[in-house]
Ligand binder design. Structure first.
Ligand code: AMP
Ligand code: GLY
Length: 437
């Protein structure tokens, strides 16, 4: 059975790794990954592909009789990769170009939430800088300025003062700081609380909720520094109690699924609701993503005990209501090791040491996995693994409870070295705080 994963980061590595573990009888399984990373190029059963253009990927899937394709990142989804595969009769798990607007346009997403009564912060949309400045004069800080389009995690400014907010408006609407993402902006009320990631698989009508998780978006310890794609994650997220879980399914997930169906097409693919949970237990959607999270996928896949191929087949056949996902009851915690200069200008080419000698001191060999993201083999002798992107590795460990998982992940991370590595030291701090309650 041949499968294809689109992307090359830690999320896609985790998806490919999990697909490969299938115990289904149609082994051997071969997973192609486009473009993949250094580790996927070395792993048995996985093969990197250098093609990235959508028509070429469709042709590859057809020629190789790929059973199905899974899409990792948002950009190909927003570019219509699902529509192109489906038009060619190829099976692919993801939302269509239209449905991917839920992530690709903040304005679309906010208006959609308003139309369908999905709880979210009050907002207004602007393309005129003068009108945006005028609106800010009636508001108070903190306040949040978001570029409408995809900006690779750089399109959100949480302004602590109105001066910062005015500067962000000018940067996005006048100085074009986020390029095509910024001809339109959303200005949104600031929300306080604890964030959580709630991700489901959807088949157009039914949903299968995946394990809950929590990301750490800021670069530095104590949630300080600039926003990043995510510096670490853990699963489960204790902030999501069973009562909250039911409420999120009702008010957010089913409301979004029904909304998409009413507006013309059922949502298929991973659907990710980024939530803010207020101290009083009320929930608001910060954003929808039309894909798995990264590094959420790494911790979720490490805990998934069910067969991912079977789950995706249910999703493709419209039978997710008959699917069940079984989870490792342990906590998974992933620490991202990022390159020097990340997130603004990550340096490439630093040699990564320590990967080959990683030792497991626990009885179980399977209590950690180092997922690769921005890594490649050095060009000269293709023997050394070097940095090739912002987030380089996600060191992910499984243990009984968040404290032990945290200790184990850092124990492994300390055995890996590269020049200029940036890593947070407090991944899991929110969950640890819950233990003290
Ligand atoms: P987004 O891409 O919309 O999820 O925003 C990125 C990050 O900015 C979120 O994960 C939050 O940490 C922060 N953020 C976004 N919107 C708000 C808001 N309305 N209030 C407070 N923080 C926010
Ligand atoms: N970790 C956040 C995201 O994938 O959007």
């Amino acid at each position: 059975m041949k499968l294809l994963v689109i992307g090359g980061g830690g999320r896609e590595h985790a998806l490919a790794w999990k697909l490969l573990q299938s115990s289904r009888p149609m082994r051997p399984i071969k997973v192609f990954i486009a473009p993949g990373n250094a580790c996927t190029s070395l792993e048995d059963g996985i093969e990197n592909l250098s093609i990235t253009a959508i028509p070429e990927l469709v042709e590859f899937a057809r020629k190789e009789s790929i059973a199905f394709t899974i899409v990792g990142p948002e950009a190909p989804l927003a570019a219509g990769i699902v529509d192109a595969f489906r038009a060619a009769g190829q099976k692919i798990f993801g939302p269509t170009r239209q449905a991917a607007q839920l992530e690709a346009s903040k304005d679309f997403s906010k208006a959609f939430m308003l139309r369908h009564g999905i709880p979210t912060a009050a907002y207004a949309t602007f393309s005129s800088p003068a009108e945006a400045h005028q609106y800010l004069e009636q508001k108070a800080a903190p306040i949040v300025i978001k570029a409408d389009g995809l900006a690779g995690g750089k399109g959100v400014v949480v302004a602590m003062t109105l001066a910062e907010a005015h500067a962000a408006v000018d940067a996005m609407l006048v100085e074009n700081s986020v390029g095509d993402a910024g001809p339109k902006i959303v200005i949104e009320d600031f929300l306080e609380g604890e964030e959580a990631s709630f991700i489901v698989m959807a088949d157009g009508r039914h949903v299968l909720p995946l394990a809950t998780s929590q990301d750490h978006k800021r670069l530095k310890d104590g949630d300080q520094g600039p926003n990043t794609g995510g510096m670490g994650a853990y699963s489960p997220a204790p902030v999501i109690t069973p009562t909250l879980h039911a409420k999120i399914m009702r008010e957010v997930i089913h409301a979004a699924m029904n909304g998409m169906e009413k507006e013309g097409e059922g949502y298929t693919g991973f659907l990710y609701a980024g939530l803010m949970i207020a101290p009083d237990g009320s929930i608001k959607v910060l954003e929808f993503n039309c894909r798995m999270g990264d590094p959420e996928a790494e911790v979720i896949m490490l805990r998934l005990k069910s067969d991912l191929i079977t789950l995706v087949e249910h999703a493709l056949n419209g039978t997710l209501d008959k699917a069940e996902a079984e989870w490792d009851r342990r906590t998974a915690l992933g620490v991202v090791m990022a390159a020097h200069g990340y997130p603004d200008s990550p340096r490439k080419g630093d040699v990564i040491n320590g990967l080959a000698k990683l030792t497991t001191t626990s009885a179980s060999e399977k209590d950690f996995y180092v997922f690769h993201a921005g890594t490649t083999l050095d060009e000269e002798n293709r023997k050394e693994i070097v940095t090739a992107g912002g987030r380089v590795l996600c060191v992910t460990a499984l243990a009984d409870g968040v404290k032990l998982a945290q200790r184990r992940a850092y124990e492994i991370a300390e055995q890996i070295h590269f020049e200029g590595c940036q890593m947070r030291h407090d991944i899991g701090h929110w969950a640890i705080k819950h233990l003290r309650k």
